[in-house]
Design a protein around this ligand. Sequence first.
Ligand code: NAP
Length: 434
Amino acid sequence: MDDDGEGGKDPPSECNVEEILSEEIVPGTVDQHITHNPKNDHNAQPTSTPQENLPLEKDNELPKPPPRRRVYQPESTGPWRQSSLYFVLGLRSIRIKKLNYLIMVVKARKWLYAKKFEGEPTSANFKLVEEVLPELQDGEFLAQAEFLSVDPYMRPYMRSYEEGTLMIGGQVAKVIDSRNEKYPRGSIVFGQFGWRTHTICNPDKYNGGSNLYLLPEFGSLPLSLGLGILGMPGNTAYFGFLELCTPKEGETVVVSGAAGAVGSVVGQIAKIKGCRVIGIAGSDDKCSWLKDLGFDYTINYKTANVAEELKKGAPKGVDCYFDNVGGTITEAVMRQMNLYGRISVCGTISNYSSVPIKVQDPQTDFVFKQLKMEGFIVTKWSARWVEGLTGLMQWIKEGKLKYQETVTNGFENMPQAFMDMLKGANTGKAVVKV
Ligand code: NAP
């Protein structure tokens, strides 16, 4: 609770305090209900609340309405999808000596890594549990998740975690209670809090490194972009491509995983830099979207021969390759690299859930074409995080960068959204709206 000069009994904004105080004595409970209506979900645009505590930018400064955003409904129904009622917040009022004290009892829901991944994740790998959070202490704030991210890295990273631990992940959350003046109530944060609805965080004891920050002003853009083009994937594309591929005007750039969160941004940045861009993705619909984004040539790797198509799309060979997938796609691209070509190794999703497929040794090409290949983790550029987001935001404002999100509704659908993203159900960034 905030210590706001009124005895620290300031109630949470979500609750109807008058109603609670008017009750003679309790204990009573106020539930916040979230109704899940699959019928409506298909058409519904996810609500995206601009940061309430920050001034909006002028109308003409940002393009609107925001570009394509699609709400995705997972096909299979896990046990938690059936439920339409969730107990989120309980509030009890206790009258002691004619004074009303409000004690906020917050129940967080969280997804645990219940069973080690073997091959592709299944619902048996996850378990949904509740946790009653303690009262806030000095220096802490309470954040309520608005959007959570599902990312490919979660699959390989969880290998080093024990069963029963919290699923890792980033989220955009609203501070709903605070005893830390740097994170006042109403502010919006990005935090690496894991798959949980409510989090108590003490920034001084936070172990997520630089992965905790107040979201910069997004103007009229959706807050969920803080998980995508204006967050980690955006910066992955920005720095991972510009710094490691060092593209030059007129060069040919190939991007694998091109219709995803990172790849779609890489391709557009390559176009901004005056390159010819070839995108490789897993469906005709995705390829069609890439064309809309300005890609010069696209390859559906599931239906086409990548090597043959590449000869057509890149008749002068490949100067830069931004690799999101590894495996046979990468083997085909490497074979067609030009002298002094640069390869930025961002990820190898093709082998995250399976044993790596054997590919031909690429060393000969590396020697005779004098290629340069470098892997990276985006946190390498932590100190330049804001610089990346500012650059990306500017390009969005100028209409040079477009985005798409695949939004799954409901915290209970986190595992499904994650599993589907790994299988390619997403176009652009996959996020979950709580
Ligand atoms: P994403 O591309 O939005 O989603 C994953 C996509 O991978 C799927 O939509 C699917 O699209 C594709 N895919 C799945 N299995 C595949 C396979 N066997 N072969 C080829 N494509 C496959 O995810 P993202 O967040 O942008 O991440 C893309 C890559 O970047 C991942 O490898 C991730 O680990 C990596 N990454 C690295 C860093 C870093 O710091 N190095 C940071 C962020 C992300 P299709 O329909 O096209 O198959």
